[in-house]
Design a protein around this ligand. Structure first.
Ligand code: MN
Length: 247
């Protein structure tokens, strides 16, 4: 099978069986960034993805868990030298989480600083819902951390302009094409800075089933329409973007 898709933000360890999901991605040739929500979870992902060709584990601390798991940030920072991939990290300013935005900012800042201390060059999968300005501000102050990939970006057009100026990448998922505002943002993202993602199993398809990495094909289909490129060229564009990011 030669799918050669990219899912640059997926929570493989939140499906029923992590090992099955890893093997399925390997079998289908899907370049997958397995983001994690706590550093403890990363260690298991790392063990199971050793010697794999397509799946890479990312060391994360999800902003929606920061109020409960902030004490794990020291564990995360200690592990940073051991990995190139960091995520899911970031900030969430939506209704349920905005009360601890200050703590989230402290944690994100600490993680970015630790990336710099560890020599930078990290690939960072970043959540910024309802907090795009704050996240971009922290990224701007910590430019040496590595290459930020803004996942499911939902800021405004001024935020987008700053993100592009800072050299950010964007991982775009199926859900973003359901929303006119998001489509306008995607149109303005530089074509050579876009990657595909699913954010499964959090993100769901039309029948409310959790998205799986191979559903990133629907993003390719949507981008192909938006960019007025055929499907093979769109796939090739995303793969070449991924290569450039990892180079
Ligand atoms: Mn996520």
């Amino acid at each position: 099978m030669n799918s050669n898709l990219v899912d640059f933000h997926c929570h493989l360890d939140l499906y029923q069986n992590l090992e099955d999901m890893i093997n399925e991605c390997e079998k289908r040739n899907i370049y997958t960034l397995a983001v994690t929500t706590t550093p403890r979870a990363w260690q298991k992902n790392r063990e199971l993805t050793q010697n794999k060709k397509y799946v890479r584990p990312a060391l994360g601390l999800h902003p929606q868990l920061v109020h409960e798991y902030h004490y794990e940030v020291d564990m995360l920072c200690d592990l940073i030298p051991e990995t190139r991939y960091i995520g899911e990290i970031g900030m969430d300013g939506s209704a349920n989480f905005k009360d601890n935005l200050e703590l989230q900012a402290v944690i994100l800042n600490k993680i970015l600083k630790s990336c710099i201390v560890a020599g930078g060059k990290k690939i960072l999968s970043i959540h910024s819902r309802g907090a795009a300005s704050q996240v971009l501000n922290l990224l701007e102050n910590n430019m040496g951390a590595g290459e930020p990939v803004l996942h499911w970006f939902s800021g405004n057009h001024i935020n987008l302009r700053l993100a592009i100026f800072l050299g950010c990448w964007f991982s775009v998922g199926p859900s973003m094409f359901k929303n006119a505002k998001s489509i306008e943002l995607i149109k303005k993202m530089p074509k050579d800075k876009v990657l595909t993602e699913t954010d499964g199993p959090f993100a769901k398809n039309k029948t409310n089933q959790p998205l799986k990495p191979w559903d990133s094909i629907t993003v390719i289909e949507n981008l192909s329409l938006l960019w007025e490129m055929d499907i093979p060229s769109t796939k090739a564009q995303i793969l070449s973007n991924l290569q450039n990011l990892l180079r």
